[in-house]
Write a protein that binds this ligand. Structure first.
Ligand code: HEC
Ligand code: HEC
Length: 286
């Protein structure tokens, strides 16, 4: 009997070493997510006309003006007065995944909470480890105003959210394109204030206004005529990581092409596999 634990620990060590995502540390994982693939900085770092303001990393203030609300991205640096420096890890996790602040107020649809309910325990902890590691920035942000009623909650309190196996390309791609990179958030149009994932997943058409001007998210479903049905993988990669369309046109903000260019190639392949599997929806967004 004595040898069993030893054998087990050898097996465990082998399993851990085989999976890079399991073997890397929390802060390392958080840094990768937050500086490459995750969408949080797109919204939480303010923009000027020609790009994001580097020394305001995650300090908030970007305005989202929609038919049903005017929202302002919060300061999520560790500044104790204007940021989230006084929140516990658990409070930050509940805010991100369940849309509830420590004072009980609800975060509205300007932040993709419905997607973030799917963030794994490990990844949300990794993101919090990263948020703790960045410099605090003092930046008072205005309060968001919603003309729609916000829900009392986004569902029952979350239990354990396990990791999605990275070797399951389709499932991991869905996880990356949803809760992590938010491809589906930006590329799904809005109905009565909320993303219409049920009927228009990936069909594009939502106009995004900001300091960069105005851009319309495009149809990324595999529809032949109005979506990406004719694009091969190379064309999709070039659009996502270089911001260049097959016809040579440059794509504009707020999609973070440069950050996606630093994405793990395996992760990008998983995202492509998922995007190709979306139901085809005809919706002209050119
Ligand atoms: C599409 C834009 C968008 C994305 C992406 C986004 N957020 Fe937010 N977030 C917001 C907005 C806007 C608010 C304020 C919403 C409101 O007041 O109702 C907010 C609020 C928050 C809050 C509450 C802070 C406070 O003081 O009120 C936290 C924490 C937060 N976001 C963290 C994150 C993290 C971590 C990520 C990435 C996993 C993320 N957000 C991604 C737009 C976004
Ligand atoms: C913050 C919002 C946002 C996020 C996040 C985002 N996109 Fe985009 N995307 C856009 C906008 C807006 C455009 C159109 C830009 C333009 O026309 O100048 C676009 C364009 C594209 C295009 C070009 C399509 C065409 O017909 O030219 C592809 C492909 C694409 N996105 C895929 C993705 C994928 C895959 C992800 C996730 C890894 C993603 N996007 C994340 C907003 C976003």
């Amino acid at each position: 009997m004595k040898t069993i634990p030893a054998t087990l620990s050898v097996i465990l060590a082998t399993v851990l070493l085989a999976g890079t995502s399991a073997a890397e540390g929390l802060l390392e994982r958080g840094t990768y997510l937050m500086e490459s693939v995750a969408a949080c900085p797109v919204c939480h770092t303010p923009w000027e006309e020609d790009g994001q303001i580097a020394d305001m990393h995650l300090a908030g203030g970007l305005m989202f003006e929609e038919d049903d609300y005017t929202a302002y991205a919060s300061n999520i640096t560790p500044d104790p007065e204007t940021g989230i420096g006084n929140w516990t890890d658990e409070q930050i996790i509940v805010a991100i995944r369940e849309g509830k602040r420590p004072d009980g107020s609800i975060i509205g649809p300007a932040m993709p909470i419905r997607l973030y309910r799917g963030l794994s325990d490990r990844d949300v902890q990794a993101i919090v480890a990263y948020l703790r590691s960045i410099p605090p920035i003092k930046n008072e942000v205005a309060t968001s105003e919603y003309e729609i009623d916000l829900p009392a909650d986004y569902g029952p309190p979350l239990g354990e959210v396990p990791e999605v196996a990275y070797y399951d390309l389709g499932a991991y791609g869905e996880y990356l394109a949803g809760p992590i990179a938010n491809c589906t958030y930006c590329h799904t149009p809005v109905e009565d204030g909320w993303r219409d994932y049920e009927n228009m997943l990936g069909a594009g058409g939502h106009e995004m206004e900001g300091p960069w001007g105005e851009t319309e998210a495009r149809n990324i479903t595999p529809d032949w005529g109005t979506g990406l049905g004719r694009w091969n993988s190379r064309k999709m990669r070039t659009a996502i990581t270089k911001g260049l369309r097959p016809d040579g046109d440059e794509l504009g903000p707020p999609m973070p092409y440069e950050r996606y260019d630093t994405m793990d190639r395996q992760d990008l392949s998983a995202i492509l596999a998922y995007v190709r599997s979306l139901p085809q929806i005809e919706n002209d967004t050119d």
